[in-house]
Design a protein around this ligand. Structure first.
Ligand code: PFF
Length: 456
């Protein structure tokens, strides 16, 4: 593995991995989930899930990648040769395929909305959610326009990946992550200084435990995998471009910290604006594409704020999309000996094609796949409710029963100055993490089959 590509710096790696984590999940999904599930109560559970369930798996993925210097399939095969564990890696490649198909569609929407805002297109929507809803539905259910934007988004993703680890992923995320942070801070200050803006802080951070339902706990758990890009080998792949000189525990903590802080900041920025204008925080998935466009024109300089917001969303989606495509590209480079360019162009194009079907499934060419859900919803549902949690849980089980906690720890402490690691504590963390995820999965399966979950 002499000539494997490597990150140029520790900062570059941390920004790339947090770029993967920070995405539509933080800025689109988290605020609307919190809005619909009682705000503070949801935030509280989400934070616990990130620490208890997320942290051990992030570290496990980094350690597996760095040790083997391979993407997931080869990584599992190296530590557990001639076993079935490589299928966990294959599941990861499949998940990457599924997620990027619909992620690229939403990525296209963010570009389109940046342009609408820039050209003053939100002005006529001021205070008119109905019109805004119509504009959004018409756009996403159209046949050509959303696919065109999706193709542009995917083309940018492909260009970044072709440029490689250091010259592509690292170079782009080093510019985009600071830009995301700066824009978000500006939007947050803007929101909080609007009349009633401070209500957002109360709403998001004051836990009202009456609002805490079992289903919001299940939701928070599932979301912690999605938001940290866990369970499909993204972090294994990114970890495989690391040398042995890095403290992986502190890197993982940085990534979790950035991911969480950015989700919370996005929540504050969005809810401050929503409260200032008297809109409804529990609006659901339309909060961003339907409600915000009606609010921006009512704020001074609204076109600029709106454009900045959707451009921020675009950058966040892009830094995640590149990490998803890299999982697939790395698989074909490592396992099939393909060139980076060939793997990226072929599979980037295939995914764009499947994504186009997803996009069409929301419109007149309603490709209904399962149980009345559109093809788009099926892919979203399958990946976030099953594929990522299964992949994440099996990664935890792999460390516990196949690799073994002592072997894992001896690899984890490489690069740490004064490692003080208590093996029992690590074992308990992994046990809790894997059990909790196993429970959500069983709960979900029972709910699907019988229609009534154990909790939720
Ligand atoms: N973490 C990304 C988000 O929050 O939008 C989504 C994601 C990226 C999921 C990469 C999984 C993944 F491997």
């Amino acid at each position: 593995m002499q000539n494997r590509e490597q990150w140029g710096s520790r900062l570059g790696f941390i920004l790339a991995a947090s770029g993967s984590a920070v995405g539509l999940g933080n800025i689109w999904k988290f605020p609307h989930m919190a809005g619909e599930n009682g705000g503070g109560a949801f935030t509280f559970v989400y934070l616990i899930c990130i620490l208890v369930v997320g942290l051990p798996i992030v570290i496990a993925e980094f350690v597996i990648g760095r040790k083997t210097q391979l993407s997931p399939v080869g990584a599992f095969e190296t530590i557990a040769p001639k076993s079935n564990w490589k299928w966990v890696g294959m599941l990861g490649v499949a998940s990457a395929f599924v997620i990027l198909s619909f992620y690229g569609v939403v990525g296209g929407w963010t570009l389109k909305y940046t342009l609408i805002s820039l050209t003053g297109g939100f002005n006529e929507l001021a205070g008119n959610p109905e019109l805004s809803g119509k504009l959004f539905t018409n756009f996403i259910s159209g046949s050509l326009a959303p696919i065109l934007w999706q193709v542009i988004f995917m083309a940018i993703t492909i260009v970044v990946i072709i440029q490689g680890v250091k010259g592509g992923i690292e170079k782009w995320t080093k510019v985009m992550m600071p830009a995301i942070l700066i824009i978000l801070i500006m939007l947050m200050i803007r929101g909080l200084t609007l009349p009633n803006g401070m209500q957002a802080i109360d709403f998001l951070f004051k836990p009202k435990f009456d609002d805490l339902t079992a289903s919001s706990i299940v939701l928070a758990l599932g979301h912690s995998f999605f938001t940290l890009s866990l369970g499909m080998g993204t972090m294994i792949t990114y970890g495989s471009y690391l040398r042995n000189d890095q403290n992986l525990l502190s890197s993982a903590l940085w990534i979790i910290f950035l991911d969480t802080v950015i989700a919370l900041m996005a929540g504050v920025a969005i809810f401050a604006t929503v409260f200032a204008m008297g809109a409804n925080p529990g609006e659901g998935a339309g909060l961003i594409f339907v409600v915000l466009p009606t609010i921006f024109p009512e704020i001074a300089g609204g076109a600029i704020w709106g454009t900045l917001f959707f451009f921020l969303l675009f950058m966040a989606a892009l830094t995640s999309a590149i990490s998803i495509l890299e999982v697939i590209t790395a698989y074909f480079i490592d396992e099939k000996g393909w060139s980076r360019q060939k793997a990226t162009i072929i599979f980037g194009s295939v995914i764009t094609g499947v994504g186009a079907l997803c996009s069409l499934s929301m419109g007149t060419y309603n490709i209904t796949a399962l149980a009345g859900m559109s093809f788009f919803d099926v892919l979203d549902y399958l990946s976030s409710k099953y594929m990522l949690p299964i992949g994440g849980m099996l990664t935890g089980v792999f460390v516990l029963v196949r690799w073994g906690i002592p072997n894992f720890i001896s690899e984890m402490v490489v690069g740490m100055k004064n490692p003080k690691v208590n093996a029992t504590f690590v074992r308990i963390l992994f046990l809790v993490s894997a059990t909790v995820v196993g429970f959500i999965l069983i709960n979900e399966i029972i709910a699907t089959i019988t229609g009534t979950p154990i909790i939720g």
